[in-house]
Each structure stands twice: as C-alpha cells, then as structure tokens.
Design a binder for this molecule. Structure first.
Ligand SMILES: N[C@@H](CCC(=O)N[C@@H](CS)C(=O)NCC(=O)O)C(=O)O
Length: 240
C-alpha cells in the first residue's frame, strides 16, 4: 500500500484517552490530511493527576509548535480544516458545517443514556425520593438505560441514518458532501462505528445492518488509503 504523504509542519501534539471519543474526529482529519502529529494517549489511571493541568479539566488538548494547550475538539477540527482546505473547501463551507451540525444533533440524541449511566444524579436520578433507588449499577437505572437505548434505536437511528443517506445520495456520494471526504465524515464515522462494535450495552453489533447505505458509506471511508494506514497504526499499538 502506498504510504500517504505527510506534511512536516506545524508540530502538533494531540492528547486524549486511548478511546475513539471526542478526539477521534480530530485524529481522523489529521490522518486524512496527511498531517504528522504526536498522538499521546493518556491511560485512565493517570487522568486524576493530569486533569488539573488541562484548561477545562477535560481532554482532548492540543499544542501547536509547543504552544500552551488549546481545548475543544471542534476548534481543533476546524483548525485542521485550515491546514488542509480540501477537508472543508471554501465553496462547500456551509454544506460541510451543516452536516457537522446534524451529526452533533445525532450525538445529542444519544447522550442522555450515556449521562444516565455515568452521572445519573446530574439528570435528577437518585437524588429525589421518587428516584432514590436509581443509583449507578441498580436494576432500576439499568432498565431505564435499556429503554432509552431501545427508543434511540427505534426512533433516532432511522431518522438520522435517513438524513445521512439522503445527504450522501443528493451530493453524489460516496461521502456526505460528495466524492471527497471532508471534516463532516471525520465526525460521523466514529459515531456510526460505535454502533457496530458490540461492546455498548443494549446496542446489538448488527445495528447498522438495517441501513445498507450507511454500511456502504462506512466501507468507502475505511477504504481510503490514509484511513487504512491509520488502522494499521492502531493495530500496532500496545493495548492500554
Ligand atoms: N466539548 C469538549 C468535550 C470534551 C470531553 O467531554 N472530554 C471528556 C472525555 S470525552 C473528558 O475529558 N472527561 C473526563 C473528565 O471530565 O474528567 C470537546 O469536544 O473537546
């Protein structure tokens, strides 16, 4: 396989956890753009001591040519777009940004069940008399998470996959905004992949099988040489 051309400047260090979470869209954009960067992955065990060093107590953070850390994955993503204009061409700017907005809506529809699992009290569960038994790991909470995820699969998944399939088709495919991958694809792919992995509670790994346009879309993205190179790089990583 041909090795993608890598740009040497600027020197970027991207620090995040060893998971395909908030920073994954940035990692994908950097790989897609052929931009060399240091991919620092912090083990969860080290996070408590690292957290207070970050601007907002969160990852990812990025430094550019040894700058102070900047935060917010979307800022980093748009920055990569300025380095690699083909990832957000000027004449498709609104199209790409509209797609990213829709993808963020898709993610927002998923988040309540995650917040419920991780921080039930922030959603009011376990702190009132009526929900006192809804604490982390309780059967009551697990049943609620299951119901929320089933409702997500029944209602939100078809709605958004329909939007994404239509957008891809209208733009001529195989990517969301047409024949070339953009920042929008870097945002959507990790979200769709989540529903194929099989380790998310109550989400069967066959979930996307009922959306052939989306499996075709994912396959087109994964067939890109830069993405294949990224997958090879991931396969060679020691497991955290
Ligand atoms: N809006 C931020 C969200 C970052 C975020 O939620 N980071 C999470 C991981 S995905 C985090 O650092 N969690 C650890 C914590 O808050 O202690 C972004 O997109 O960069």
């Amino acid at each position: 396989m041909q090795t993608p051309k890598l740009l040497d400047n600027p020197h970027i260090v991207l620090t995040y956890f060893a998971i395909p979470g908030a920073a994954e869209r940035v990692r994908l954009a950097l790989w897609l753009g052929g931009i060399k960067f240091e991919d620092v992955r912090i083990p969860f065990a080290k996070w408590p001591e690292f957290k207070s060093l970050t601007p907002y107590g969160q990852l990812p953070v990025m430094s550019i040519n040894k700058s102070a850390w900047i935060a917010q994955s979307n800022a980093m993503l748009q920055y990569v777009g300025t380095l690699v204009p083909s990832l957000c061409p000027a004449d498709q700017f609104l199209q790409v940004q509209e797609a990213i907005g829709l993808i963020d809506d898709f993610e927002r529809a998923w988040r309540p069940s995650v917040s419920l699992a991780l921080e039930p009290e922030k959603l009011g569960y376990g702190i009132t008399e009526a929900t006192a038994s809804f604490i982390k790991g309780s059967p009551e909470l697990n049943d609620t998470i299951k119901s929320l995820r089933e409702a997500f699969l029944d209602n939100e998944m078809p709605k958004y996959c329909g939007f994404f399939a239509k957008m891809t088709e209208n733009n001529g495919g195989p990517f969301l905004c047409g024949s070339k991958p953009t920042l929008a694809d870097c945002c959507l792919v990790p979200l769709l992949e989540r529903y194929t992995l099989g380790f998310v509670d109550h989400i069967p790994m066959e979930t996307l099988d009922t959306y052939p346009a989306m499996t075709k879309y994912l396959a087109a993205f994964k067939a890109l040489p830069q993405i294949q190179a990224y997958e090879q790089y991931l396969a060679g990583m020691p497991h955290a």
